[in-house]
Design a protein around this ligand. Sequence first.
Ligand SMILES: Nc1ncnc2c1ncn2[C@@H]1O[C@H](COP(=O)(O)OP(=O)(O)OP(=O)(O)O)[C@@H](O)[C@H]1O
Ligand SMILES: [Mg+2]
Length: 309
Amino acid sequence: MAQTGNIPPISVSGVCKTYRDGFKAVKKVSFDIKSGDFTVLLGLNGAGKTSMISMITGLNHISSGTIRIFGDDISKKPYRAKSHMAIMPQEINFNPFSKISDSLVFHGGYYGIPPEEVMRRAEPLLKKARLLKKIEQPVSSLSGGMKRMLMLIRCLIQKPKLLILDEPTANLDIEIRKTIWDLLQLEHGKGMTTLLTTHNLEEAQILCSNVLILHHGELVLDRSIDDAIEGLEEKFYSIHFDDPISAKHLHGFSAYHAEKRSDHKASFRISGDQDIGHLVYKLHLAGLKITNIAPSSHQLEQLLHQATL
Ligand SMILES: Nc1ncnc2c1ncn2[C@@H]1O[C@H](COP(=O)(O)OP(=O)(O)OP(=O)(O)O)[C@@H](O)[C@H]1O
Ligand SMILES: [Mg+2]
C-alpha cells in the first residue's frame, strides 16, 4: 500500500475527455488537492464538472492525462485507488426493498467492515439525521431528502480518507441541507479530504476553503477561496446581529448596499476606498451589536461570473 502522508489525495495531470461524438468536455486540466482540503468544483451547466468527477472516481474513461488517488493511478490500479474514497453520486442508487440497516451492512461488507462495526459507526450519524428509529424500515419508505442523508451516511461509515460529492443537496429543503452540512463539517474536522460539486454557492461558501472553476472544459481558477476573494474589487459580507434588525437600522448604510437577509442578518458591499473596519465602527455607532461577520456567497457568485465571462 502506498504511503499516503504527503501524497496528494487527488492529483490530476493534463487530463482531457473527448466523448465518442468528438466533443471535448475536459481540456488539459491539471490540479492537486492537498490532504485535509475541502474543495468545491464550480462551473456553469455543461462546464465539464461531472465529466471530471466521473474520471476521478473511475466511472468514466480518461481520454489522455493521468489521475492519481493517493498516488495510485485510477486507470492502472482502479481497485486500489477507489479503496481510499467514498462517492456520493447525484442519483439515488439504493435497492428500495432493502431495510435501511441491511443496506448499510451490505455496503460496509463491500469494504470489509463487519456488521456490528457498521452499526456502531452508523448509529450516531443516523441519530443526527433523525433516521435511527427507521432503521428496520425499507429504504422505499424514506422521503427523497432522507434517502440522500442515508447516502451520505453510507459514505461516512467507510471512514473514507477522500469523500467526493456530486451535488449532494440539490433540491433539498433547508433543514436537510443543514443536517448534511453539519455531518460534512463534523467528519471533515476529523481530517477527511473532500471534493464537492454544487450550484449552491452558499453551500460552497459555508463548507469549502478552496475553489476550482471549470469553464468550457478548461480550468480557469484554482485557489483558496480567501485569496480569490481578496482579489475582488467588491466584497460582500453577511453580518449577524444580536438583536433583530429593521429597515430603519440599515437606513444610513445605503453606501454599503445594505440589505436585510433575515431578522438578525444583513448583507453589505465593500468597494473602492471603503473598508470593513470602518463599516463595523459605523454599525457600532448605530447601536447594532455584531455577533458574526462572514464573507457572503455573493463573493463566489462574483468569482464565478468573472471567471466565466
Ligand atoms: N456521454 C456524453 N457524450 C457526449 N457529450 C457528453 C457526454 N456527457 C457529457 N457530455 C457533454 O460534455 C459537456 C460537459 O458535461 P458535464 O455533464 O460534464 O457538465 P457539468 O459541468 O457537470 O454540467 P451540470 O452543471 O449541468 O451538471 C456537456 O456539453 C455535455 O453535453
Ligand atoms: Mg454535472
